[in-house]
Design a protein around this ligand. Sequence first.
Ligand code: PLP
Length: 432
Amino acid sequence: MTVSDDLFERARTLMPGGVNSPVRAFGSVGGSPRFMVGSDGPYLTDADGKDYVDLVCSWGPMLLGHKHPAVQEAVHSAVDRGLSFGTSTPDESALAELVMQRFGGVDRLRMVSTGTEATMTAVRLARGYTGRDLIVKFAGCYHGHLDSLLASAGSGVATMALPGSAGVTEATAAETLVVPYNDRAAIEAVFAEHGDSIAAVITESAPANMGVVTPGEGFNKFLLDTAHAHGALLIVDEVLTGFRASDAGYWGLSGRVEGWTPDLFTFGKVIGGGLPTAGLGGRAEVMDHLAPTGPVYQAGTLSGNPIAMAAGVATLTHATPEVYAQIDALSLELQQAVSGALNAEGVDHSIQTAGNLFSVSFGTSERGVHDYADAQAQEAFRYAPFFHSMLDSGVYLAPSVFEAWFLSAAHDDVAMQRVYDALPAAARAAAA
Ligand code: PLP
């Protein structure tokens, strides 16, 4: 029995499944989760004193690595000023300006505490603005655990092979229209039938919760044009991709280049540098429908929390072009190393990318992965042995094949060498 095993036994008697977020439970890969007690740069340390190269990065936020000196310093100094004032603070505006410098079309930003709150508010705002009820989402996209967007959701819902969630009323589910990703004809059909009642289409800027799926060329622009042709809004969820796929998320690689901008963006993860902050932003005309300027209510006791704002400002300030160039290059190198190791063992696979985000899927080389059906049809059973072999070698991957691989600016040569050295055995395990 390891210390982590003991801690998990105890946690299981105290929390559902022993965890505070479902995929942390290792349900799809088996075994008991490691309990982490510390971190530094690219490493996590577990309760048994073993360290791991971290390729999860807290599911995205730790773009600069763990304990980045400037972020730690900003947080410590914010703590010294007090934990929460329940008032406006200067750093809220500083963070809003940093977001607006990067993302086009964000005239106003509202800070919330989680990505779920951001998308929940965006959906309510779209309904309040348009006076319509229906929302279109894509199968396999995950936007947090709000009732209306849990249907055919990715991330943990996909990992546990659930169609949705118990506890969501039929009436709520009926107000969400789910279509296959990358399928223009399905979008056209849904608008042809329900066009006058659709408030918004919500999409991940590039899906990364059914594994990564690359949007077809021009797909996001097509969504915007189709939504607008019918008086609906487009909500682009950058909670995972934002400030990670580029300084301006995946939009920075597509919309900024192609010249399109959605009505609303949602942000999370990197924006808070590891503390609970998220946000939604968009053009003033829509955003000003939020209270107190407009009739759509939204509020939060800890929204814009000063410690979280300080972490966000420090993180975005240090997320320089050099950081993105470094992570982009590392990501390419890692993708090649993973592919090389899997090819050497004859493991059929494909790698999907969205900028520096990527994921590996098994048995998919012929068709690739273009939507949730493709992601589900893969040889997912190969992932558990691959994952456990990497874990034994001191590399921490997400305990689900449906998650992206995350790198940080702190992943240096020593850390990456450990990953590369671990790959051949993991590939052999996946081949078995
Ligand atoms: N949207 C996307 C694209 C996400 O990946 C996530 C979480 O993984 C969320 C929303 C929900 O964010 P949170 O877990 O902070 O509620």
